[in-house]
Design a protein around this ligand. Structure first.
Ligand code: UD1
Length: 429
């Protein structure tokens, strides 16, 4: 199993290219199930989760071709996928595949909408809370699907096709919104989604679906209206930049001090996080090429932050902010309002010398003068990258174990950081 070794204390300077967003790539790949034609996706990041979804789609008969780079093409600029779901050979997504990646449950909606039937394993337990799928099922029910749960599988049927309906989510859910939009795209009649998630990845998928012939308006607001169409066709779409990767490296630069351009980043995708960063005393400068992050030797100021659905502060940056606040001058409070039990990084950060008290969903972080390197364990995707951020500022050596969590969501993390001066290397046994 690979490990990452970091010797802390180096300032970061230079440029980091931001990859295409994982959380847009996954639903975009899944949307390919809605058409017989080829969907071409550009700027696709090279991640373990993308490979895993490729295997899941392959099981349904989807052919994914990864175009090679031509000489002279920028190796840092994502890959191109040609995805063809011409023949769907199987409408079942088995437990062995779905249990490895929760988002793969979302294949339920396009399989049902196009084939009239789908059987998908419940995603099962997850390291960051129970993460149920009741609202995804509710959305499909509102569109006329007959749903049974049997032997750990959700079986959805709509032999005569889905019909448009009114879906009002009692809670903002990204997966629920993706599910509702994809299913409604091929339903008969009009669907209105109220209290829809407004995450930029929802808009990116809706843009792609509209290029495929769907009629979706209002994506990016809390009310989405979809006029169903009988068929979708092929299209070409470039994945938007990853706002979580952007925020992660921005916090890393704030942690070490230095001056880094996050190339291709779009600041409007993470304004809330950049505002928090500015409050810490870090300088955030939007430029034509991306976002520039600078911090001199001044101390970091503490902050009080609560996670929220977009446009609020993202839960996917909560662990990284906590790592940063371990070195602030004073006391910070971070409240996790999206997922229960998303604090696994706390005890690992403590191993590096952080002073954090947990009370329910709120962490109180007392800034310390020094962190000290230690062996730590990656637990989930975002938690593990928070350990990398802490290690970059810790005295001495930190070894992060179980880095497959990092590989699920961060493309070439050690290359990107070492190119900016970090002492970081991957050790493969
Ligand atoms: C997506 C993101 C994930 C991010 C999360 C919140 C992807 C691939 N993943 O996950 O990185 O952390 O949004 O921004 O895009 N809920 C229910 N019932 C449901 C569905 C959700 O109660 O049927 C609850 C969840 O437990 C959670 C909240 O709703 O408390 C939000 O979850 P949701 O937005 O659905 O997260 P995901 O789509 O799984």
């Amino acid at each position: 199993m690979d490990r990452i070794r970091i010797v802390g204390g180096e300032r970061l300077s230079g440029a980091i290219p931001i990859s295409g967003a994982k959380n847009a790539t996954l639903p975009l790949m899944i949307a390919s199930l809605l058409t017989e034609d080829t969907l071409i996706l550009d700027n696709v990041p090279h991640l373990a989760d993308v490979g895993q979804l490729q295997r899941i789609l392959g099981n349904h008969g989807v052919d994914v071709m990864i175009a090679g780079k031509r000489p002279g093409e920028d190796p840092n600029h994502g890959r191109t996928l040609h995805i063809s779901a011409k023949n769907i050979v199987d409408t079942t997504a088995p437990y062995e595949l779905v249990s490895r990646m929760r988002a793969s449950f979302w294949v339920l909606a396009p399989l049902l909408a196009r084939m009239g039937v789908a059987k998908v394993s419940m995603p099962g337990g997850c390291a960051i809370g129970t993460r149920p799928v009741d609202l995804l099922i509710m959305a499909l029910d509102k569109l006329g699907a007959a749903i049974e749960i049997e032997g750990g599988y959700v079986i959805a049927r709509a032999r005569q096709g889905l019909r448009g309906g009114e879906i009002e989510f009692p809670k903002v859910t990204v997966g629920g919104t993706h599910t509702a939009v994809m299913a409604a795209a091929l339903a008969r009649g009009t669907t209105v989604i109220e209290n829809a998630a407004r995450e930029p990845e929802i808009s990116d998928v809706a843009d792609c679906l509209n290029k495929m012939g769907a009629k979706i308006s209002g994506a990016g607001t809390s009310r989405i209206v979809i006029e169903g169409v009988p068929k979708l066709h092929g299209a070409r779409h470039a994945v938007l930049p990853d706002r979580i990767e952007t925020g992660t490296y921005a916090f890393a630069v704030a942690m070490t001090g230095g001056d880094v351009l996050l190339a291709n980043a779009r600041p409007e995708l993470l304004q809330a996080a950049l505002d928090v960063l500015a409050q810490t005393g870090t300088t955030v400068t939007p430029t034509n090429e991306g976002v520039r992050i600078t911090r001199n030797d001044a101390q970091l100021s503490p902050v009080d932050v609560t996670t929220a659905p977009f446009p609020g502060f993202p839960t996917d940056l909560q662990a990284q902010l906590m790592a940063l606040m371990t070195r602030a001058k004073g006391t910070s409070h971070i409240t996790e309002a999206i997922f229960e039990n998303r604090f696994m990084h706390v005890q690992e950060l403590a191993r590096l010398g952080a002073n954090i008290q947990l009370d329910g969903q709120t962490a109180t972080i007392e800034g310390v003068k020094h962190l000290k390197g230690a062996p730590v364990m990656a637990t989930d995707l975002r938690a593990s990258v928070s350990l990398v951020i802490a290690a970059l500022a810790a005295e001495g050596e930190t070894e992060v174990n179980r880095v497959y969590h990092l590989d699920r969501g961060f493309e070439r993390l050690e290359d990107k950081l070492s190119a900016c001066g970090a002492a970081i290397e991957r050790i493969s046994d």
